[in-house]
Design a protein around this ligand. Structure first.
Ligand SMILES: *Cc1c(COP(=O)(O)O)cnc(C)c1O
Length: 468
């Protein structure tokens, strides 16, 4: 039997009949969003056997794991040695990691680990995926083709993507962010990237920025710009996030085959989707625990089976998770046999029982978040920022409800460096926020951002004016 080649198709393919084609990874990467405004998903998920996992060790380099995993999804689209080169470029010191990529796991209690995902150039987990995606776009771009990348951000995506693309030839990047929802440090990071990366500061909410990006993609007047997206709606952002779950698994499992719990503070659900795909590939993941702030449409859905987006989104202190209608919900629905469109309208319900079996979701208030930061600091002398605190809260609630699972290793993703949320950390803990070299460097660069009214026309006019 010949193995069916992996292709990419829209999560909306079962709604209408117009756009049912299957395309390559390269095309999905460059299109960003499917023509029917669905998100691309692989036609099937490749498997990794336990015996293959056993060939990796704690010492296997991150780039080597990345090359193997991504190779399964990119199949014959590029030569293996080229893929090796792209993953080495993405995950080596020369391109922005302080050393070769590292993902320190801090064990703070028996079987409890905090994954510090802040070692990249912008000190959030988003550096992992953004750097591979930038390398892949550079590689798959047709000769001399000018690309325009649009990215909406509520903080961390924009800087990670901007830094990943900075200096890449033939690619222009526009970062849209809501002025009132990013921290002063994040704003500085975004406004100072420079070169081919332009920050656009909007009077509006993150959801508006995300909507402008989606609108631009379907606007015929912008077709000549070869627009592509670098948000977590891009499949090129999702696949690299599978890799660190394998990497973390190898670090904490006492033997290959042991089940591990992962707890992921979530907004657009892109990070946790990496865990979900890793689980489907065969990584022994006992449960994926999703923590959110008051933007809790997904935890509520897991509980009730009824999806109701939150609009407008709530401005919480864990601001990278202020997402009222998570874009990767469409991918979760797809994996579980359902369909939901970009507006949050459910066309077909997924298998909710199966979802509840594999996933757990909990939501927390800002008051609970800061209290957990304090308690955690007192108990473990360990500083966590608001997103990580939501993760710790979710992990604790899960274990309170499932005491039998206390026997499994639990990895909580601390998705950003505490220095990124210095004001909250300092006012909550009454200490000085820890030092972060990568962030400090960006605070001394010249600014070049543009302020825009919160409407689509202003954005479109600016794009047309500056890309001529
Ligand atoms: C982006 C981000 C999140 C949310 O990740 P999603 O993939 O959108 O769920 C959580 N924490 C931090 C620090 C982030 O930057």
């Amino acid at each position: 039997m010949t193995k069916e080649k992996i292709q990419y198709q829209s999560t909306n393919r079962l709604i209408g009949q117009q756009f049912v084609q299957k395309i390559s990874f390269a095309d999905a990467l460059l299109n960003g969003l499917a023509e029917d405004e669905g998100l691309y998903m692989p036609t099937h998920i490749p498997l990794i056997s336990l015996s293959k996992l056993e060939t990796f060790t704690k010492k296997t380099s991150y780039a080597a794991i990345a090359s193997y995993v991504l190779g399964l999804f990119l199949e014959n689209e590029l030569p293996p040695e080229k893929l090796d080169q792209l993953t080495r470029n993405a995950y080596s010191a020369a391109l922005g990691w302080q050393e070769d990529v590292s993902l320190p796991l801090e064990q703070y209690a028996h079987l409890h680990y905090l994954a510090r995902m802040d070692q990249g150039p912008t000190a959030s987990f988003k550096d992992f995926a953004a750097r591979f995606m930038a390398q892949a776009m550079q590689y798959f771009r047709a000769d001399n083709q000018q690309l325009t990348i649009l990215v909406a951000t509520s903080g961390d995506t924009g800087s990670a993507v901007g830094e990943a693309f900075k200096g890449l030839e033939g690619i222009q990047v526009f970062i849209l962010y809501p002025e009132s929802e990013v921290s002063p440090i994040q704003k500085k990071q975004l406004d100072t990237i420079g070169e081919n990366v332009q920050a656009l500061c909007f009077q509006g909410k993150f959801d508006d920025c995300q909507q402008f990006v989606k609108e631009a993609f379907t606007d015929p007047a912008l077709k000549h710009l070869n627009l592509t997206s670098a948000n977590s709606i891009n499949i090129g952002r999702v696949l690299p996030q599978i890799v660190y779950y394998l990497h973390m698994y190898l670090q904490v499992a006492s033997k290959i085959g042991e089940e591990v719990l992962f707890c992921v503070p979530s907004g657009n659900l892109g990070n946790s989707l990496g865990a979900e795909i890793a689980r489907r590939m065969g990584l022994p993941i006992r449960k994926i625990i999703i923590g959110t702030n008051q933007n809790k449409a997904f935890p509520d859905f897991l509980k009730t089976g009824i999806y109701q987006k939150i609009s407008p989104s709530h401005p919480c202190i864990s601001n990278a998770m202020n997402v009222g209608n998570p874009s990767n919900l469409a991918r979760y629905f797809d994996l579980y046999g359902g369909t939901v469109d970009k507006n949050g309208t459910v066309h077909r319900l997924p298998d909710i029982k199966m979802m509840q079996q594999n996933l757990a979701g909990y939501a927390f208030s800002d008051a609970q978040t800061t209290q957990k930061m304090k308690d955690f600091y007192q108990q473990y002398q360990t500083i966590i920022e608001p997103h990580g605190a939501v993760g710790v809260l979710a992990a604790e609630q899960y274990l309170a409800e499932h005491p039998e699972d206390a026997a499994y290793p639990m990895v909580i993703l601390e998705t950003a460096h505490p220095a990124k949320f210095a004001e909250t950390v300092e006012s909550t803990l009454n200490i000085q926020a820890p030092h972060c070299q990568a962030l400090e460097q960006s605070q001394h660069r010249p600014e070049s951002s543009v302020r825009l009214e919160g409407d689509y026309q202003a954005f479109k006019d600016f794009l047309l004016k500056t890309t001529k």
